[in-house]
Ligand binder design. Structure first.
Ligand SMILES: Cc1ncc(COP(=O)(O)O)c(C=O)c1O
Length: 326
């Protein structure tokens, strides 16, 4: 990947003259079945720009309560786009068309206008859950029937593709905008690509320029993303297998209360009251060279990726066994 960066042919991206970045955008637009795409530094910027393009201040965005754009984007939708959020309490980070219809607001002089529906594929805080295809399509259809725009946060869409065998373009069919991240399972240091219609991407470019996301010789970065696309997609299956193996081991430990279903590469589990707290466990794992995330007092999140192999999984399970099954 680093060698790909060294050899990249570059130009001025801000003028849309960087050939490697253009190639990446064309590849991703085709992959996601959209007319055009734009390279951005991060997935967060993809979500925030998409919301800004689809909405106007005072509008309402509908999404699942555990999603990234509510919980981890520092209030970006409010700060950048001036929108309200209507969260749905879903199941496994997903929701149904019926739940969506229930919260779409009828036309009223008093209420905010429901404008945009966002889904997250896979659902991060539900343990990398893959939406069922019918359900994600039904949600898009319900949104369209009511005149709403649709956006897919596809930070880990390619995990869903590898897990399901369903192409990225089929997953994104009902969605006006969508994106994939290169700095997750694909292993690039920077980069995400947001795709949609040509008109949508023209508007996205304007916001990208406005908030300082336009770059110069971004081909150095895009070349690493292309490398990830060419070399690191199929191997996501190894991350899924390792995550499943770790979850199996966790299920045998005395102080593990609940493990969310492990669909892809994210393992989320709760430790029981008698055990050390999640932050204590995470601190202890760090001493063994293992990085994990604590969410509150009892919940831990583990992610498998291309830098951890089966041996690393064994080290993790041994360390966790000492803490949770002494
Ligand atoms: C579901 C989801 N959306 C968006 C993001 C943001 O991506 P980035 O870290 O590239 O800004 C993340 C990051 O973890 C994520 O999990």
């Amino acid at each position: 990947m680093r060698e790909a960066a060294l050899d990249a042919v570059v130009g001025d991206e801000q003028k849309d003259e960087d050939p490697t970045t253009r190639e990446l955008c064309e590849r991703v637009a085709a992959l996601l079945g959209k007319e055009a795409a734009v390279f951005l530094p991060s997935g967060t910027m993809c979500n925030e720009i998409a919301i800004r393009v689809h909405t106007k201040p005072g509008d309402e965005v509908i999404c699942e309560r555990s999603c990234h754009l509510i919980n981890f984007e520092t209030g970006g939708p409010a700060a950048i786009s001036g929108v309200m959020i209507q969260p749905i309490d879903g199941m496994n980070g997903t929701f149904t068309a019926a739940q969506l219809r229930q919260v779409i607001r009828p036309e009223s002089r008093y209420a905010p206008e429901s404008r945009l529906v966002c889904v997250e594929q896979t659902a991060n805080m539900a343990g990398g859950a893959v939406w069922p295809l019918d359900q994600i399509n039904d949600v898009a259809n319900a949104a369209k029937e009511a005149g709403l725009a649709t956006h897919m946060d596809g930070a880990r869409l390619l995990n869903a593709v590898v897990k399901s065998g369903i192409s990225a373009a089929r997953w994104t069919e009902g969605y006006d905008s969508c994106w994939i991240d290169f700095s997750k399972g694909l292993g690039a240091p920077v980069g995400a690509v947001l795709a949609g219609s040509s008109a949508f991407i023209n508007q996205a470019w304007r916001i990208k320029q406005q908030i300082g996301g336009a770059m110069r010789q971004s081909g150095i970065l895009a070349a690493m993303c292309l490398y990830g696309l060419d070399n690191n997609v199929e191997r996501l299956a190894e991350d899924h297998d390792l995550a499943a193996r770790i979850a199996e081991a966790l299920a045998t430990f005395d102080h593990v209360d609940r493990i969310l279903p492990v669909d892809t590469n994210i393992i989320i589990f709760d430790v029981s009251e008698g055990a050390p707290t999640a932050p204590e466990i995470v601190a202890s794992l760090e001493q063994d060279g293992i990085l994990a995330g604590a969410f509150g007092e009892r919940r831990i999140r583990l992610v498998t990726h291309l830098d951890v192999d089966k041996n690393a999984g064994d080290v993790l399970c041994k360390s966790l066994a000492a803490l949770l099954s002494p």
